[in-house]
Design a protein around this ligand. Structure first.
Ligand code: 13P
Ligand code: SF4
Length: 308
């Protein structure tokens, strides 16, 4: 990365009182210039805490929307347009309303990987880092609709000991991480501890022989686990962008991606140059209108209050 780009970013950040938040799936050079890198939960928290006037969000659009919902007074900028998420695209507010009408007594838990309109139709939000706690906090007599990620929902329901009705959505990156891929990788790397994202297809059906060395975590959960694990080698079953932070924090440990070609195209379109342009021209503003934001904020706040 050119020194000049970094210098200009630092200068503009100071002048405009801006902060850069980056998801762990972005390129290493993007995470390297961010003020904070994190998982969806960590990034939401940061967006709420920061006293910066501008947030440049190096992540997909639903993440920037969440920042705008949490911090409506801030200007939220994205470095690139149309940063979609295949998972968030699996359900619309209209589809959710139709689904809800079939279960009038149920509460809706929406994964944070969803649009503001879908959040506004939901009772609770959750992230991969707190889905189990959110499900446990719901009164036991309540029927639960979980959307849009079926894999996360199935795994979290099993962990929380709850029954949920699943929307059959999935992320194209993690859906590809299935049982046969896991078994093959585990055989190739028999000494590695396995860290898997709950969005992966097989997160709720880890084979008996791998259970002892397989852990299901959000991206931030993986980082915490590695910090305390005595193991030196890890097989990582999520988007490989996370390997940057893992390696930064643990230079003596070894990490291998389950498939280094399974990447999130939207995250990978973000570059330091585009972040610089976002700061300079402030053209791509993500602003959720006040009425919608007020509705979408409720399930997010409920989630945050469960997981303080
Ligand atoms: P995390 O919240 O675990 O970082 O997951 C976000 C995401 O988009 C997973 O595909
Ligand atoms: Fe969406 Fe999947 Fe990309 Fe995560 S990895 S942002 S769920 S498309």
């Amino acid at each position: 990365m050119e020194r000049q780009v970094i210098d200009e970013i630092q200068q503009l950040k100071k002048e405009k009182n801006a902060v850069i938040l980056a998801h762990y799936y972005t390129w290493p050079e993007v995470q390297a210039i961010a003020d904070f890198s994190g998982d969806s939960l960590g990034l939401s928290r940061k967006a709420g805490e920061t006293d910066a006037d501008i947030i440049v969000f190096a992540g997909v659009e639903f993440m920037a929307e969440t920042a705008s919902i949490i911090s409506p007074e801030k200007k939220v900028l994205i470095p690139e347009g149309n940063l979609g998420c295949s998972l968030a695209d699996c359900i619309t507010a209209e589809k959710l309303r139709n689904w809800k009408s079939q279960y009038p007594e149920a509460v809706v838990v929406s994964y944070v990987n969803s649009t503001a309109e879908v959040k506004a139709e939901s009772d609770y939000c959750c992230t991969s880092g707190n889905a189990v706690n959110v499900l446990k906090a719901i009164p036991e007599d309540k029927q639960i609709l979980f959307c849009p990620d079926a894999n996360l929902g199935a795994w979290a329901a099993k962990e929380a000991g709850r029954e949920v009705i699943l929307w059959k959505g999935g992320c194209h990156v993690h859906v590809a991480m299935n049982l046969s891929m896991l078994k093959k990788a585990a055989a190739t790397y028999p000494d590695h501890e396995i860290l898997m994202h709950p969005e992966a297809s097989c997160s709720a059906e880890i084979p008996e022989e791998l259970k002892e060395k397989t852990y299901i975590y959000s991206t931030a959960g993986m980082i915490k686990h590695v910090a305390v694990s005595a193991k030196k080698k890890f097989l990582i079953a999520t988007e490989p962008g996370i390997l940057y932070e893992l390696q930064q924090q643990n230079p003596e440990k070894e990490f291998v991606a389950i498939d280094s070609f399974l990447v999130c195209g939207s995250m990978k379109t973000i570059t330091p140059e585009k972040i610089l342009a976002a700061l300079k021209y402030e053209t791509r503003v993500v602003k959720v209108n006040d009425e919608l934001a007020a509705k979408a904020r409720k399930p997010i706040e409920r989630m945050i209050s469960i997981n303080r």
